[in-house]
Design a protein. Structure first.
Length: 549
């Protein structure tokens, strides 16, 4: 509304200014030309008459000087009506002038310029005129025009000049200009009021519609616009309300369907636990007694035992996902040393890595100045407020997936910290992923190769659960992959819950030196096996300024 009023006022000022300027110019020209033509006719008649009278005088008579002065009185008769003054000036230097220079209406002789005098003296038959400024005591000179003609008195050259006052024309022009200014100001005010009213009429319903839209976006689906009238704004309100009603119905249907699905998954998972427990007990008994069976039954028993274990894991994951969907998942926060936790997870996964032929390593990235202090104090610079059970589950899932897809190549866990966050990256050098696969790697039950066998018996929900656990910690879990070069998953957690971190302490994929690896095996004892630090030269990616995730 402000812009509409502002531009309306601006264009009104520009338009009325141009129109006022044009009209004032036209009025000024008209008044000036009319007055000029009037006084020019009168001056021509009076000057010619005066010159004829001077030519008819006989200057040899004694009364000739009085007669010459009387001529001035005769031609000055109607001067009051024409606002005219008379000046008689000798044009030639004469020792004994016949008549002294004379002026009426207290006009100074200097008002007649030398150019006009010379022109009158040079051409004794023509009439000349010139604009002048008539002096006014205590004020600015008023506009005027001088008409002059040569007259001969007693054989001497004189200039007879009529001075006409144009101040009345100037006053009329000023009056007209003031009228136009008042009219322009009135038009400006009127246009601003009209623009404000129109803008308010249009903007207010739109602003109200925006407010209602924001309420609907916040979840108040019952909000509607008040429709008044039958104009375009009213039609917009009707269409908006119809759209809001349709959206409310669809959102309600989707919400109910989602609740039904969540409840169905939760109910089915809970209902399956009882029979699955019974089947698990029977499968365990059969598996313990498999040595007494024939080879075919023995193999069937082993398959049954492993598939029941996978079924139990899948059921546990489904129950966990149902808690996430229902918003019932909560964190049990405590101060956890993530470096110690990472070592525990690596040692626990060592038998699986040895079975797959994959070497497991850990790379600890520290700043050099903190390495010396931490060598005596332990590993406290990787402490964060987290739920230990959930972070343990995330790391186990990432490490087991890396071992499964490493194809016998090394699996590295890189850990680094910043003042506001701790980052852990799990890097394998196996088959890798394409960017399209990376985009779906966190989807539920998604697999890059559906025909690939699951050697670790996963449920297909591990990364989805890891994503939800990370979201509860207000952190981030990102993936990178490239075919033939392996893949990398990076977990970044804030040190303190409720305080977001500024930047990830690890790039994706992280940059580290192979010689900085510390190998982890099943025989590793304890969790402090010598600290590995970096030189400054190799820490260019530890604290990036910005992170795309």
């Amino acid at each position: 509304m402000f812009r509409a009023v502002f531009y309306t006022g601006l264009f009104t000022v520009l338009g009325t200014g141009l129109i006022t300027y044009f009209l004032v110019q036209q009025v000024t020209t008209g008044l000036y030309q009319e007055r000029l033509e009037q006084v020019q006719i009168e001056a021509t008649t009076a000057l010619v008459d005066a010159r004829n009278q001077y030519e008819s005088l006989s200057f040899s008579e004694p009364q000739s000087e009085e007669a010459a002065i009387a001529v001035l009185d005769n031609v000055g008769g109607p001067a009051a009506q024409q606002h005219r003054g008379i000046i008689l000036i000798g044009l030639e230097d004469t020792a004994t002038p016949y008549m002294a220079d004379t002026s009426t209406a207290a006009l100074p002789l200097s008002i007649i310029g030398s150019d006009l005098r010379e022109s009158v003296l040079a051409d004794r038959q023509s009439q000349f005129w010139q604009p002048v400024g008539i002096p006014v005591s205590g004020g600015q000179p008023e506009p005027g025009i001088v008409f002059g003609m040569h007259v001969s008195i007693a054989g001497q050259s004189y200039g007879l000049f009529f001075v006409y006052d144009f101040s009345s024309v100037q006053e009329n022009i000023h009056f007209v200009f003031r009228i136009f200014i008042i009219a322009a100001a009135a038009m400006l005010l009127l246009n601003i009021l009209i623009a404000a009213w129109v803008a308010r009429t249009v903007v207010r319903p739109v602003s109200y519609a925006a407010e209602v839209s924001e309420r609907i976006a916040e979840g108040q689906l019952e909000q509607r616009l008040a429709v008044v009238g039958e104009d375009e704004i009213a039609r917009l309100g009707v269409s908006f309300n119809r759209m809001a009603s349709t959206l409310q119905e669809q959102i309600t249907q989707l919400a109910n369907l989602s609740k039904m699905q969540q409840r169905f998954v939760s109910d089915v998972s809970h209902e399956l636990r009882t029979p699955l427990t019974t089947i698990s007990m029977a499968a365990s008994m059969l598996h313990e007694s498999r040595e007494d069976f024939d080879p075919i039954s023995q193999r069937s028993t082993e398959l049954l035992h492993h598939q029941v274990e996978r079924f139990q894991a899948l059921l546990a994951d489904l129950l966990e996902m149902s808690r996430f969907d229902a918003g019932a998942a909560e964190l049990s926060i405590s101060d956890v040393d993530l470096l110690s936790l990472a070592r525990e997870v690596l040692i626990a996964a060592a038998p699986l890595a040895e079975q797959a032929g994959a070497e497991m390593n850990i790379v600890v990235q520290r700043e050099p100045e903190s390495a010396a202090a931490q060598s005596a104090a332990g590993e406290g610079d990787f402490i964060a407020e987290v739920d230990r059970r959930r972070i343990d589950r995330i790391l186990r899932n990432l490490i087991n997936n890396a071992i499964e897809h490493a194809e016998g190549r090394p699996v590295d866990l890189i850990i680094a910290a910043s003042p506001t966050s701790v980052g852990i990256a799990v890097r394998d050098h196996g088959i890798g992923m394409t960017p399209a696969e990376v985009a779906h790697v966190f989807d539920r039950f998604w697999r890059a190769d559906p025909a690939r066998a699951r050697t670790t018996g996963g449920s297909g929900l591990g990364l989805s659960i890891a994503t939800e656990d990370t979201r509860l910690h207000q952190g981030s879990l990102d993936a990178w992959g490239q075919k033939g070069q392996g893949s990398c998953f990076r977990l970044v957690l804030p040190r303190h819950q409720g305080q977001p971190y500024r930047a990830a302490p690890l790039s994706l994929p992280p940059v580290y030196r192979p010689q900085d690896r510390e190998r982890i095996t099943a025989e590793s004892q304890g969790f402090i096996v010598g600290e590995i630090t970096h030189d400054r030269v190799h820490e260019q990616s530890l604290y990036p300024q910005e992170d795309s995730s």
